[in-house]
Design a binder for this molecule. Structure first.
Ligand code: SF4
Length: 327
């Protein structure tokens, strides 16, 4: 069971006048078919830089790949030239972004954009074939009034509709994997649920592996099969969804899970993580979470915890979890 995507020791930095900010500092993971991997963390954790790194959208300068590998089908994407990478984007890796209109051009109808994309992907379709495929793609993301949608310009449609069209466009090109960067953050709750359901259904039906980037543990619960928790440029914990949610090992994961607002609880019992994320120009010498961790001991401030196994499919970076779990 070979992974579709294998990421090893990925390091991405940004040059600033004050020095190199290492935003992603040694990330490792595999992604298999049928998996929906959620990468969760607050802003500045490195989750979005990880997603952009996977599709080589880190612009240089100031961005720079500082090391590691991103393997798909035996090829390391970091060694490809830009022309080869252009083919990988869209064909091998589909992408959807937070801005629902990001993948649409405001000056063309949906029909024109969908058919052009499909023809670029498969010229043998011809105009007529591409039009039929565009209709089918919209059916698959649940649009009832397809002729009206096809004739519309993006500004005539809601954000949620644009996100579904973007998704239809990506899925119609049959990518080997999909990267979704906060795909529902800009949408209202009802539309969010619809998009997540669509992604889940597609993954279940076709095995399409998905990496979803989110700051919202609710999204993780709704869709993920596996989770990477990022903080300060490091992966702090990884595991299967049920185990990770039922028994989080890392104090940061625990805090994230506690931070879900409970609709039945009085407002003052909600817990939020106090403090600021670390300055990655000069990260703390020990655990990056130590300044905010309510369980930190002396060692945490001096020594970086190792990334180590904590059970089947489970990894964690915490001195206390490694010693038998934080109390
Ligand atoms: Fe907290 Fe120490 Fe674990 Fe870091 S290593 S998460 S500071 S207990």
């Amino acid at each position: 069971n070979h992974p579709v995507l294998r990421v090893r020791n990925l390091k991405t930095g940004f040059a600033t006048p004050a020095g190199m900010v290492v935003a992603v500092d040694g990330v490792d993971f595999d992604l298999h078919r049928n998996e929906i991997l959620a990468i969760i963390g607050e802003s500045g954790s490195g989750k979005t830089v990880t997603a952009l790194s996977l599709i080589r959208l880190i612009t240089s300068p100031p961005g720079r790949y500082l090391g590691g590998s991103i393997e798909i089908g035996g090829r390391d994407l970091l060694s490809l030239d830009e022309t080869a990478m252009e083919t990988v984007r869209g064909k091998t890796i589909g992408m959807i972004f937070q801005n629902p209109r990001a993948s649409l051009d405001p000056s063309f109808t949906i029909e024109f954009q969908l058919t052009e994309t499909l023809l670029r992907h498969d010229p043998a379709l011809g105009r007529k074939g591409a039009r039929a495929a565009a209709t089918k793609a919209l059916q698959e993301v649940g649009f009832p009034d397809i002729p009206r949608v096809l004739a519309s310009y993006p500004h005539q449609l809601s954000g949620g509709m644009c996100q579904r069209i973007g998704l239809a466009m990506v899925l119609a090109c049959k990518p080997e994997l999909l990267i979704a960067d906060e795909p529902t953050t800009a949408l209202d709750v009802g539309v969010q649920a619809k998009i997540l359901l669509l992604l889940k259904k597609r993954s279940r039906e076709t095995g399409l592996p998905i990496v979803i980037i989110t700051h919202d543990i609710g999204v993780v619960r709704a869709i993920a099969t596996r989770v990477l928790v990022m903080y300060g440029g490091h992966v702090q914990e990884a595991g299967e969804i049920d185990e990770l949610l039922a028994e989080p090992l890392h104090p940061y994961t625990k805090a994230l899970i506690r931070s879900i607002p409970d609709p039945d609880a009085p407002a003052d019992t909600m817990t939020f993580i106090k403090g600021e994320p670390p300055n990655l120009l000069a990260p703390p010498p020990g655990c990056r979470f130590a300044p905010r961790c309510d369980q930190a001991i002396g060692l945490c401030h001096q020594k970086l915890p190792e990334w180590r196994a904590a059970g089947p499919g489970r990894m964690v970076r915490c001195h206390l979890a490694a010693a038998g779990g934080p109390q």
